[in-house]
Write a protein that binds this ligand. Structure first.
Ligand SMILES: *[C@@H]1O[C@H](CO)[C@@H](O)[C@H](O)[C@H]1NC(C)=O
Ligand SMILES: *[C@@H]1O[C@H](CO)[C@@H](O)[C@H](O)[C@H]1NC(C)=O
Ligand SMILES: *[C@@H]1O[C@H](CO)[C@@H](O)[C@H](O)[C@H]1NC(C)=O
Length: 397
């Protein structure tokens, strides 16, 4: 019954998204945003932006990044909206903001013409705070400097079954023809019940949890992203590629590794690949989980890759980590990531194999999942089943 309702809700949501997308496609071409390449016959080549290793000198790097971040200035609509105003101010600062917990925003600074939901207020109250302590770390995860692909999977403390299914299926750490794949799960905390003994035990077996001291909620996912980038910058900056995804996706790692290996022959590239969402606008429906009040953000979102799963070039880690100091916090994590990439001048590139909105029913024949790289919304059981069947399918199709 619950399953059935969930299914019909997701079906309705899916059709609404399709309808919304068609509507957006027909009615709008935002003049202020650079065009993203749409899914084409040659989907694997992203526009080439040359971002080499960052200068070791922090001040020089920050100056470079500050200049790069000015790209955002053209994209931000001049408006009284809180985020837009803050963003333009951030770009004017002479020195980058410190982003420590002592420097927090009060919502009273915001010109509220429409009441902010509690979650958004709570987000704003903590949004300057990015220096959370680590509770569980894996400092040696990439110590051999041979990681080809790092799977960084957003999970929540209570999702034990999802994590186990990921480990035991597509996400297990393996060597794919000499290409090393490593796995970490990104977690915050839950206050009640205290799951820490269970997590410590889980980690003693799997050595793949990263946990920080913040409450793991939807509006803290941007914070999770930032903390992950800080970790990766410190402990895994040599990884060739990062796959960032949710713990309810199923990914075909051999296929992804193969595509990325072919890419690797091109020397300079800056990859940000997934299911690209173009010219989306904030949800203005106050009941939506994604609701953003007009007085908070004005304009379109930058093109971004759906947060269910996307891949990016490892060399971008320090760039992303540092440029996010010039990008004003935004509560929806995949949109925020899109903003950071935009600040660097890196455009997302679409790949039809990323199905972050699941597969349309008519495509669901037994072979429809062959070109699939990543699909969203799978239960642990479905994940294990797909894993069991994948070799069979490859032979049939
Ligand atoms: C704290 O935030 C304000 C903006 O509200 C900024 O002017 C100031 O420089 C920040 N302080 C630090 C140490 O970053
Ligand atoms: C990995 O790279 C780091 C940074 O360049 C270096 O300090 C470290 O010695 C390397 N580790 C190995 C095992 O090569
Ligand atoms: C994010 O985490 C902080 C630190 O634990 C917490 O105080 C805050 O309420 C959380 N924010 C949201 C929107 O849940």
């Amino acid at each position: 019954m619950v399953r059935c309702r969930k299914f019909s809700i997701s079906l309705i949501a899916f059709f609404m998204l399709v309808a919304l997308k068609i509507c957006i496609d027909l009615t709008y071409t935002p003049p202020h945003l650079p065009q993203t390449p749409s899914i084409s016959t040659e989907p694997y080549r992203s526009p080439v932006v040359q971002l080499g290793p960052l200068q070791g000198d922090e001040e020089l790097s920050m100056a470079t990044l500050h200049n790069l971040a000015q790209k955002l200035r053209k994209a931000v609509i001049r408006s009284e909206a809180f985020w837009n105003t803050e963003q333009l101010q951030l770009l004017d600062l002479k020195a980058p903001m410190a982003w420590t917990c002592s420097n927090s925003t009060s919502v009273s600074q915001v010109k509220v013409t429409d009441p902010y939901p509690d979650l958004l207020q709570s987000f704003l109250a903590h949004s300057r705070c990015r220096n959370h302590r680590m509770i569980i770390n894996q400092p040696k995860k990439c110590s051999l400097n041979t990681t080809f692909l790092l799977l960084a999977i957003k999970s929540s403390p209570q999702n034990f079954a999802q994590r186990q299914a990921v480990r035991n299926s597509w996400g297990g750490e393996r060597d794919y023809g000499g290409k090393n794949v490593k796995l970490v799960f990104l977690l915050g905390t839950v206050q009640v019940p205290d799951l820490s003994p269970l997590l410590v035990y889980e980690n003693s077996r799997s050595h793949d949890l990263l946990q920080w001291d913040f409450v793991d909620t939807f509006f803290n996912l941007t914070l999770k992203d930032q903390l992950f980038l800080g970790w990766a910058n410190k402990h895994c900056a040599k990884a060739n590629y990062i796959l960032k995804g949710d713990d309810d996706v199923f990914a075909r790692i051999p296929n992804i590794v193969q595509i990325l290996s072919l890419l690797d022959n091109q020397r300079h590239h800056s990859l940000y690949m997934g299911h690209v969402v173009k010219a989306a606008r904030p949800y203005r429906d106050t009941h939506s989980k994604y609701y953003i009040p007009p007085s908070f953000y004005a304009g379109f979102y930058p093109p971004y890759a759906g947060g269910g799963g996307y891949v990016f070039f490892g060399r971008l880690i320090p760039w992303l980590y540092l440029v996010s100091r010039f990008v004003s916090p935004f509560p929806i994590d995949d949109v925020y990531t899109g903003m950071c990439f935009m600040a660097l001048g890196v455009h997302p590139v679409g790949h039809p194999g990323f199905k972050t909105f699941n597969i349309p029913k008519e495509e669901k024949t037994s072979c429809s999942e062959k070109p699939l790289l990543l699909v969203h919304r799978k239960s642990p059981q479905e994940m294990l089943k797909m894993w069991g069947q994948q070799y069979e399918k490859m032979q049939q199709c």
